[in-house]
Each structure stands twice: as C-alpha cells, then as structure tokens.
Design a protein around this ligand. Sequence first.
Ligand SMILES: [Zn+2]
Ligand SMILES: [Zn+2]
Length: 143
Amino acid sequence: MAASLDVSGHCLCGAVSYNATAVSHDVGVCHCGMCRRWTGGPLMYFDVEGAPVIEGAESIGVYKSSDVGERGFCKRCGSVLFWKVAGEDRYTFTAGSLDTPSGFILTKEIFVEDKPAFYEFANPTEKLRGSDAMSAYTGDEPK
Ligand SMILES: [Zn+2]
Ligand SMILES: [Zn+2]
C-alpha cells in the first residue's frame, strides 16, 4: 500500500507542528554552505504542495538567508523546519521533522559542487548543481 502524501511533523519541543501535502515521497539533500551552517550538516528536505497548516506559528522564527529564500525554525528549541521561496507559498520541509517518514526515500542531491569531502551518501541519486536546483524553485534560467 502506498504511503499517503498527507504528512505531519513537529519540532523537537512540540511548540510547532504542521500538516502538509508532500509533492512526492522524494527526499532531497542540500550540500550548500548555508544549509551546512544552519543545520550542522547537510539538509534533508521534501517539497510541499501549496501552503502548510501550521500550529504554533508564533513560535516560528524566520531568517531570510538570501534574496530567494527564507528559513523557518522553532524559536524555543532551535529545530530547523522549512526553507521557502521568499514571498511565495513554496515550501520545503525538513525530512527530519516528519512524524512518520515511511515511504520517503532519498533521490536527489543538490549543490553538489559545495559538498564537503568528509561524507558521501550511498543512495543512487540525481545530482544537481545549485543553479540548476534553484531554477526549479524560482523559474529563473540556470546561472
Ligand atoms: Zn520547538
Ligand atoms: Zn542548501
């Protein structure tokens, strides 16, 4: 039986929880330097269809990390929750925040040019440079 694309998740302390519809069960991993600093390692994420329903939104801090993106985190416990396109309901949530990650699988690596040499993932993945990955979100031509 296929696992549902309707998912829920929450932060470490439980102040923030969400319900969302995943675009697919594909998990991506971002190797970029901003994600590395933000999470302490590579960021694992899944794409969300439309706007999520968030409970405890008053506990969410948003950091605008670039012209394109905003990063949401729990102000109480520091859990990283989402990266979204600034000013749009275009979200990716962290795979680690999922309540039940069953059915999800790592299929894609982005910003491969920024990956540090100290780790490799064994899953067979599509590997994209950062500019190609970002153009999928912004609609801009790859730079
Ligand atoms: Zn929290
Ligand atoms: Zn990144």
